[in-house]
Design a protein around this ligand. Structure first.
Ligand SMILES: [Zn+2]
Length: 329
């Protein structure tokens, strides 16, 4: 049984929602100035604005829906404590069920999760891209998973629905859900990284600093158009020894440097209102067989990012682990 609790952060979202929905020009100017000024501390070239969401069914995205709009919300399902110190293999979830738990049956969902190990027979990174089922329409699963190739130790990305049915995932998931409609979104274009933060961390920290009493959540997608990025992929075998420290986890993970173009699926929260949320989680895939858990670009002098995001109206916490810790986040 999946437990669902949620909060409505009305004052928070009022700010961002006015930006998106109305002609309150003052809010718009303030918010984009805030985001741009924060990103300017980390990137040499920054452009932030509101645009019509590009058709995400087209390249390089290839999503099962056109846009990121329509009742946007995020959810944090399960969590890292289901993986470490020792795996809880029975923790498995279903995108179709989660879409109902977040009160948006038939939602499109993207983000970062663990693969359903029971189904695919191994541990792997999961890149969810699911248009969940609704009456009269079956689910469309555009998800990818990425594992460590036993043949050469490199990362091996596969499309989930090429081999497996249904829409399960395992252990944990940080998901952005919406109706998948076209509409207005926040566009972020940055080039040349001058600071230490990833694009996601830079955006999250900017919101945290400028709105210290609010919990703002964003979800969306961005493309690393030029450069390379550092990622990890979990080994196919779960650790039989308890992973008790961040060092233990880092030694267990396989690390790679992958090349652009890379499509990232991202969820971030500026402040945890006491729900044991993961503050940011981004997974990525590509058309050249590389994908996994994104950390940061490794080519600051040449990197270029283009992203589309929306603020979530609600955050849902599903199956929160009873015992938690901060290791491996
Ligand atoms: Zn991850």
């Amino acid at each position: 049984m999946v437990m669902c609790s949620f909060f409505t952060a009305h004052d928070t979202f009022t700010i961002m929602w006015q930006i998106m929905q109305s002609n309150v020009h003052g809010w718009l100017v303030v918010f984009f100035a805030v985001l741009a000024s924060g990103l300017n501390n980390n990137f040499a070239d920054v452009q932030v604005g509101v645009v019509d969401c590009p058709d995400l069914t087209q390249e390089p995205f290839g999503f099962p829906v056109k846009g990121l709009c329509g009742n946007p919300r995020i959810t944090d399902v399960g969590g890292v404590p289901n993986l470490i110190p020792l795996v809880q293999k029975h923790k498995e979830y279903d995108m179709n069920v989660v879409s109902k738990e977040v009160e948006l049956p038939g939602a499109f969902m993207l983000g970062a999760a663990a693969a359903p190990s029971r189904v695919i027979g191994m541990n792997a990174e999961f890149m969810p891209l699911v248009h969940t089922e609704t009456e009269g329409r079956p689910a469309v699963n555009g998800s990818y998973f990425s594992s460590v190739n036993p043949a050469d130790g490199q990362c091996l990305q596969q499309k989930y629905s090429d081999t497996f049915p249904d829409c399960p995932f395992g252990l944990m998931g940080n998901l952005y859900a919406c109706e998948g409609k076209p509409g207005k979104v926040i566009e972020v274009r940055v080039k040349r990284r001058t600071g230490e933060d990833s694009l996601v961390s830079a955006m999250r920290k900017t919101l945290e600093v400028h709105y210290p009493d609010k919990s703002l959540a964003l979800g969306g997608t961005f493309v690393i158009q030029k450069g390379k990025a550092k990622i990890h992929v979990m080994p196919r075998e779960f650790s039989v020894c308890p992973l008790n420290t961040d060092d233990d986890v880092n030694h267990w993970l396989k690390h790679y440097e992958i090349k652009a173009p890379i499509i990232c699926l991202s969820v971030l929260v500026s402040r945890d209102p006491g729900l044991d949320l993961r503050m940011e989680h981004t997974h990525c895939f590509s058309d050249h067989g590389e994908g996994g858990h994104y950390y940061i670009d490794t080519t600051p002098d040449t990197v270029e990012y283009l992203g589309y995001f929306l603020p979530a109206e609600y955050v849902y916490r599903i199956d929160r682990p009873q015992e938690s810790h901060a290791i491996g986040r």
